[in-house]
Structures are given as structure tokens and as C-alpha cells.
Design a protein around this ligand. Structure first.
Ligand code: CUA
Length: 156
């Protein structure tokens, strides 16, 4: 069977588009001053968060420009609130829920994860410029769902 040259060309063009779409999804936030560079999952016992690393939700410095943020979601808030991190930092977020399914979504970015009791959502995010990002919950979690908000402050 002989594939016409134009047909080959269109096949290649289609492949390039598919790769470009995937790249856009993966690196879509480039240019917004924020990049999601990792996304993994770990587990935790939701009823035993006290005494665990989520005992005291906080931001901890672990390297020169590296930070770890331990965040809990619960009806209808996030802790800590606000999450304060310095500019030009790489922050690994560890997010879990104390009760039901929530989400942890930074408004206007592609930083967005479901927050499931028993699981730890892990995301590494680079923050360049000082800015405030609203945090919202995108999973319906009860009557206060629409008021469930937090804040990430990137400070100089
Ligand atoms: Cu938490 Cu919706």
C-alpha cells in the first residue's frame, strides 16, 4: 500500500499537535510565574493526623530555596491559612483531608489536586514573583463548600 505524501504529512502534523497539547497541559502555567513540576501520592491515616507530620500544618524550610508545606483540608477551611512562602522558592505541598474529599486549587494556575482522606497529595511548585493566590475547593464537600477558601502568599 502506498501512502500519499500529503497523507503522511498530515499524519505527522497530527502527531505534533497531540504532543503539543500534552505539553501544554503539563507545562501550561509557564509564563504565569509558577510551574507545577511534580504530582505524586502517598497515604496517611486520616484519624491519626495528630502526632503525624500533619499535626501542625505549616511551611518548613528544607533547603536554601526549598520548602515543604504541610496542608490539611477540612470542612470548610484549609490550614495553614495563609500559606506563606518566599519568592524564588520551590515548595513541595503535602495535602491531606481530615474528613471528606476536597480539592486544593490555586486560582488562575494549573496547581490543582483532589484532597482525599487517607491519601497525601504531593505537588512541587516553583514560585517566582511575590503574589497572592487564592485557594479554592473544587469538590462539593457540604453546605459550606462555596465558602471554603484559603490563600497562598508569595512574599519578597
Ligand atoms: Cu471542601 Cu468543597
Amino acid at each position: 500500500m502506498n501512502i500519499h505524501t500529503y497523507e503522511k504529512l498530515w499524519l505527522v502534523a497530527a502527531m505534533v499537535l497531540i504532543v503539543a497539547f500534552i505539553a501544554t497541559i503539563t507545562y501550561g502555567s509557564v509564563g504565569l510565574g509558577i510551574t507545577m513540576v511534580g504530582d505524586q501520592q502517598d497515604t496517611v491515616e486520616p484519624t491519626e493526623l495528630d502526632g503525624d507530620r500533619f499535626d501542625d500544618p505549616r511551611v518548613a524550610q528544607v533547603g536554601e530555596n526549598e520548602y515543604e508545606a504541610y496542608v490539611t483540608a477540612q470542612i470548610f477551611s484549609f490550614q495553614p491559612d495563609p500559606v506563606v512562602v518566599p519568592e524564588n522558592s520551590e515548595v513541595t505541598f503535602y495535602v491531606t483531608s481530615r474528613d471528606v474529599i476536597h480539592s486544593f486549587s490555586l486560582v488562575g494556575t494549573n496547581v490543582n489536586t483532589m484532597v482525599i482522606p487517607g491519601e497525601v497529595s504531593e505537588m512541587a511548585v516553583e514560585f517566582d514573583e511575590p503574589q497572592e493566590y487564592g485557594v479554592v475547593c473544587n469538590e462539593y464537600c457540604g453546605p459550606g463548600h462555596h465558602d471554603m477558601e484559603g490563600m497562598v502568599q508569595v512574599v519578597p
